[in-house]
Design a protein around this ligand. Structure first.
Ligand code: MN
Length: 418
């Protein structure tokens, strides 16, 4: 009985360099199904073309002919090579901050601040979130450049506005979460309210969304929220009578008037908390799309709903790592199967940004537990999404400033004057 076919390769390479075609043989008849076709040697590349390639090889540089803004940026960065920053290979350079930004707390010379909030006391299950900011900072420097393709052109965040890495707000060692959050509120009030700086935050558990939303609400009035999470995070004080934790960061700011629940959309909900979505989220007036809804409705429909819900007022963005499918991120506190892929989340972000209808004033990426991520793969995904968000935030900040302002690196480079 004949059970199938098999592949048989004859001879492989002949002495004249021409490959012989693999012959698929029928095991029943042993007759070749396809005959070998000889490959003819090609005529040489015409001499004028070959000369051109020779000339390019000897004389042209990578930046010749590329986008003008990118070229001048690369030249600026290139001038700093040897002074501490390179286009690639900044891993292990601990004097550089996130994405190669300069470390600084000089808030009078900054437009956008990356802030690490190392809290984890409100992570109910698996933890190590307090190391999230430092690991994401390290991974954000691994060979990532300082430009990013965007909409047929490029984002150059460090030429759009003055970006600083504020470092981590030092709360570690304190036992009372209230004390930690109050220290964070103090820092964010300085950054956002007093100096008008756009905040980008790395958690930490999801409690860390409270201080930036609180401060941005003081500055801009009630915010809309684009929220990715496996859980609705709409726990009230009546549920748990603690002032701050990773389930009440939104309801508390709603009660205080800084977040508008009717302009909040949550995507990716599934698993253990879904049964309660009919309660608080419905009573407060959130729009909630389960992970299944996002898959079923498709990216374009989801984007349309986001635009409808958040409107044209100020909008905050919050990504809880557990929104992601465990195959794309299982390094978090409350892992749930069958979530969103990193690709879906990026597609939603880029289409919302591309609509040009959303006024983004701040963002965070939270709930990353690096001790559960021995290969750093989940961290790279979150650092990658963070970089995309930074590009969007830098663009929005430049537009609000009405001008582009270049980032400088005074601390890291001493004599370097840009
Ligand atoms: Mn959450």
């Amino acid at each position: 009985m004949c059970t199938g076919t098999y592949f048989r390769t004859l001879g492989l390479i002949r002495h004249d360099g021409l490959a012989r075609t693999a012959v698929r043989a029928n095991p029943c008849t042993k007759e070749p199904l396809m005959s070998a076709t000889p490959v003819e040697k090609q005529p040489p590349i015409p001499e004028d073309r070959r000369q051109k390639y020779q000339d390019l090889f000897e004389n042209s540089r990578s930046r010749d002919g590329i986008d003008e803004r990118v070229a001048s940026h690369l030249l600026r960065m290139g001038e700093m090579a040897g002074e501490g920053i390179e286009l690639i290979g900044n891993l292990n350079k601990d004097y550089l901050g996130a994405f190669h930004a300069p470390f600084s707390r000089d808030l009078s010379n900054a437009d956008l601040a990356i802030v690490g909030c190392p809290l984890e006391k409100a992570a109910p299950m698996n933890a190590s979130h307090k190391y999230g900011p430092s690991v994401l900072r390290r991974l954000s420097k691994n060979g990532m450049g300082t430009t990013e393709p965007w909409d047929g052109g490029f984002d150059i965040p460090f030429d759009d506005c003055r970006i600083i890495d504020y470092g981590n707000v030092d709360t570690y060692g304190r036992f009372d979460l209230t004390d930690e959050v109050e220290k964070l509120i103090e820092a964010y009030d300085e950054i956002v309210v007093k100096h008008g700086i756009t905040p980008f935050t790395w958690g930490g558990d999801h409690t860390v969304s409270y201080p930036p939303i609180h401060s941005l609400g003081q500055r801009y009035g009630p915010l809309g929220l684009i929220h990715f999470d496996a859980h609705y995070d709409m726990v009230t004080y009546a549920d748990f009578p603690y002032p701050y934790h990773s389930g009440s960061q939104f309801t508390r700011t709603m009660a205080e008037g800084n977040l508008d629940p009717e302009r909040m959309i949550t995507m990716g909900v599934r698993g253990r908390m879904s049964a309660l979505v009919g309660g608080h989220p419905a009573n407060f007036g959130n729009t909630v799309l389960s992970a299944d809804d996002v898959w079923d409705e498709g990216i374009d429909n989801v984007v349309e709903q986001i635009l409808h819900v958040v409107g044209d007022g100020p909008v905050y963005f919050s990504l809880d790592a557990d929104a992601l499918e465990p195959s794309d991120n299982a390094s978090n506190s409350a892992v749930e199967a069958f979530g969103l892929t990193a690709r879906q989340i990026w597609d939603i972000i880029r289409k919302v940004r591309k609509s040009n209808k959303v006024n983004l004033v701040g963002a965070d990426v939270v709930e990353y537990a690096p001790y559960l991520d021995p290969s750093d793969s989940d961290g790279y995904t979150l650092a990658g999404i963070s970089w995309k968000l930074l590009g969007w935030l830098a663009d929005q900040t430049a537009k609000r400033n009405g001008e582009r302002r270049q980032t400088e690196w005074p601390q890291a480079f001493g004599k370097a004057s840009l």
